[in-house]
Design a protein around this ligand. Structure first.
Ligand SMILES: Cc1ncc(COP(=O)(O)O)c(C=O)c1O
Length: 392
């Protein structure tokens, strides 16, 4: 028995949670089950909550920066868990990882330049690229029906033909759940080095890696890789702190770092707010035990969801995730046109997932399901999907 009770139902509708109130704001049914946006319906660790409380009790909330203890907590986490040695001066903070991705696009490319992504992939990448008048170039992942891999020939071809300046790597990959191997990362990194491509490595999901897989920070592979990398990390997914808006960005190369800092400065990027900084430090210092428990629970949810669909609705194939708590479901076996799978989920099953097509054209007919909720909720969603599909 663990210390935490992740089966406990907590009503988030009164806290303006995006996941649970967006449906109401959009005129959708209140009995919709929401398993879309990537946060979990679980409280964070006791230590995080306690430290926020202590800081709150102080009562004075003036302008605040970080301490050496904050920097050390984060560096120790990455060194202890991923054998990645970093320096405090490499680190900067932003109010989110997408913010940092946008800042990198602005710092290292000009209007009209090409930025590479590997679709299907986390959709705000393309929004940030196109929102800043750059061009999205896609290196679609290869899919053999159960696992995704990198098309290296296409990767290099696109870089050369489109004069790509920046590559946004999603590692581990959302939504397909791949944890890139050291070999795969090395091949991608060597191609980027050869063609002077800077790499934004979004490693926000690095702490959710399942048995038999190992997360390798891209910048940890070699000094050469580190010299072209902007590594984006955050406690937001790991410790369920997304509403506290705190991300830690690492850049070892002084010139690249300065360019990035210049953009942050031009944008008047603020330090994250006091409670974000407090929670971040506490989480990396003391949250390890909570993380292991929550991972155990999530792993069970993945196993039970997979078993459920295999037994009850094999037309939905769960792509086995190597990392992340987001399940990529191949729903093309459900007897509705692939473009209408999301409509089926919303209107027939009354389950709100992420429509696979938002991650790129390769995602049509797929759905992304966030299993970071009490099993009873995930199970009810699975049952609704199965019953509605059988009724078609
Ligand atoms: C790959 C990836 N990057 C970034 C984010 C969000 O980052 P933030 O909320 O810090 O901007 C998410 C959230 O789902 C994500 O999956």
């Amino acid at each position: 028995m663990g210390h935490y009770h992740f089966d406990q139902m907590i009503d988030r509708t009164k806290t303006n949670s995006v996941k649970h109130t967006f449906n109401l704001a959009n005129g959708k049914s209140p009995d919709m089950i929401s398993l879309w946006i990537a946060d979990m319906d679980f409280p964070s660790s006791d230590e995080v909550i306690e430290r926020i409380r202590e800081r709150c009790d102080h009562g004075v909330f003036g302008y605040t920066t970080v301490s050496e203890g904050y920097l050390q907590a984060i560096r120790s986490w990455f060194e202890g868990r991923f054998q990645w040695k970093t320096e405090s001066e490499w680190m900067m903070r932003t109010p989110g990882v997408v913010y940092a991705v946008s800042a990198a696009i602005s710092a290292f490319t000009e209007k009209g330049d090409a930025v590479l992504i590997q679709s299907p992939v986390y959709h705000p990448f393309a929004h940030s690229i196109e929102g800043s008048s750059r061009r999205t170039v896609r290196n679609p992942l290869l899919f053999d029906g159960s696992r995704y891999t990198v098309d290296f020939d296409d990767f290099e071809k696109k870089i050369v033909e489109e004069h790509v300046k920046l590559f946004i790597l999603c590692s581990p990959h959302n939504p397909v759940g791949r944890v890139w191997t050291r070999e795969e990362l090395t091949r991608m990194g060597e191609i980027c080095l050869k063609h002077n491509v800077i790499v934004v490595s979004d490693e926000i999901h690095c702490d959710f890696v399942w048995d038999g897989h190992v997360h390798t920070p891209f910048a940890s592979i070699s000094d050469a890789f580190s010299s072209i990398a902007i590594t984006c990390t955050a406690p937001s997914k790991t410790f369920n702190l997304a509403g506290l808006k705190t991300s830690n960005i690492f850049i070892s190369d002084p010139e690249i770092r300065q360019k990035f800092k210049d953009v942050l400065s031009a944008w008047h990027c603020p330090e994250p707010a006091i409670f974000g900084l407090t929670a971040c430090q506490a989480a990396y210092e003391c949250g390890g035990a909570w993380l292991e428990e929550v991972k155990g629970y999530l792993h069970e949810n993945i196993r039970k969801t997979t078993e459920f669909f295999a037994a009850e609705l094999p037309q939905v194939k769960v792509i086995q995730p190597e990392g992340t708590y987001l399940l990529w479901l191949d729903c093309r076996g459900i007897p509705v046109p692939p473009e209408e799978v999301d409509k089926f989920m919303l209107e027939k099953a009354r389950v709100w997932l992420n429509d696979g097509s938002v991650f790129g054209p390769e995602g049509v007919g797929f759905e992304r399901m966030n299993i970071g909720s009490p099993w009873a909720v995930v199970e009810e969603a699975c049952k609704r999907i199965a019953a509605s599909a059988k009724a078609l």
